[in-house]
Design a binder for this molecule. Sequence first.
Ligand SMILES: NC(=O)c1ccc[n+]([C@@H]2O[C@H](COP(=O)([O-])OP(=O)(O)OC[C@H]3O[C@@H](n4cnc5c(N)ncnc54)[C@H](OP(=O)(O)O)[C@@H]3O)[C@@H](O)[C@H]2O)c1
Length: 285
Amino acid sequence: MRIAFIGAGRLALAFSQALARQGLEVVAVASRTRASAEKLAARVPGCVVMESQAAADAAELVFISVPDDAIAPAVAALRWRTGQAVVHCSGATEVAALAPAAAAGARIGGMHLMQTFADPEAALASLPGCTASIEAEEPLYAALSALAVRLGCVPMRLPPGARALYHGAGGFGSQFVNALLAEGVAVWKSFGADPAQAERSLLSLLKGTVASIERSGIAGSMAGPVSRGDIGTIRRHLEGFRRLEPSTFALYRTLCARTVRLAAQAGKLTPAQVQAFESLLAEDP
Ligand SMILES: NC(=O)c1ccc[n+]([C@@H]2O[C@H](COP(=O)([O-])OP(=O)(O)OC[C@H]3O[C@@H](n4cnc5c(N)ncnc54)[C@H](OP(=O)(O)O)[C@@H]3O)[C@@H](O)[C@H]2O)c1
């Protein structure tokens, strides 16, 4: 099966190389800027830079890897044919954005890799084990699923209508972690700590947390004062954050309430302790 990419950005750069390394035929790439397409083609043996229509014509499977808002117009601007598969790589965009291709007889679908592609080299290394969420009808679902398995990814069927929640929730394992670390660094800066040292320190803590979650699960690996039932410590934290910054206080309170639920779920708190934490966290500041 000949494969083409339309859009040669961060995702396509890693994804196309991963496919080529598995012996799959990536024959064409098109992008808005020729230089982007050339950068990709230089890393994928046998891949040729073409105009978008020529790339679409050259392949049986075309990945649309342009930014989400550009998917529908890019697909509507091209001619498609029966028997061809047109697949976008977006998490949140509905497969219906590919409707013009379906109207021309092509099979359409979405294949989203739940991984971050900020750095294509790092992404290539972290593809094995990542979830490939696929929304397509058979036989395209089976074909994309087999492709995902060849890359070492874990295929998951995405039901129609689930994309906004599916993709939004991904933030909890990715960019919201960045936001949480930034919050921690800002708090340390407030008492004069060096931000670089704060970042290294919290990152080292995060690595330990991830390792422990891998071993014992999300609830089972819960550590910290809530899981010990140390209500006095949480009271001191709340007081500190209340004086520092209202938005940090609000964030801490919300997250802390979620950790009470998890600690209870892991059997680390008695019902009385849960109630005491909940009352404290509900107090009007
Ligand atoms: N980045 C991630 O972490 C990630 C993860 C999973 C899924 N995805 C999905 O993958 C898709 C691509 O994301 P990305 O991060 O790779 O974006 P990106 O780095 O911004 O790359 C998009 C590429 O498409 C080109 N392009 C823009 N409009 C075009 C058009 N009309 N026709 C042809 N090419 C066009 C861009 O322009 P130039 O040619 O000018 O460079 C660029 O090379 C999106 O649907 C995104 O949701 C991304």
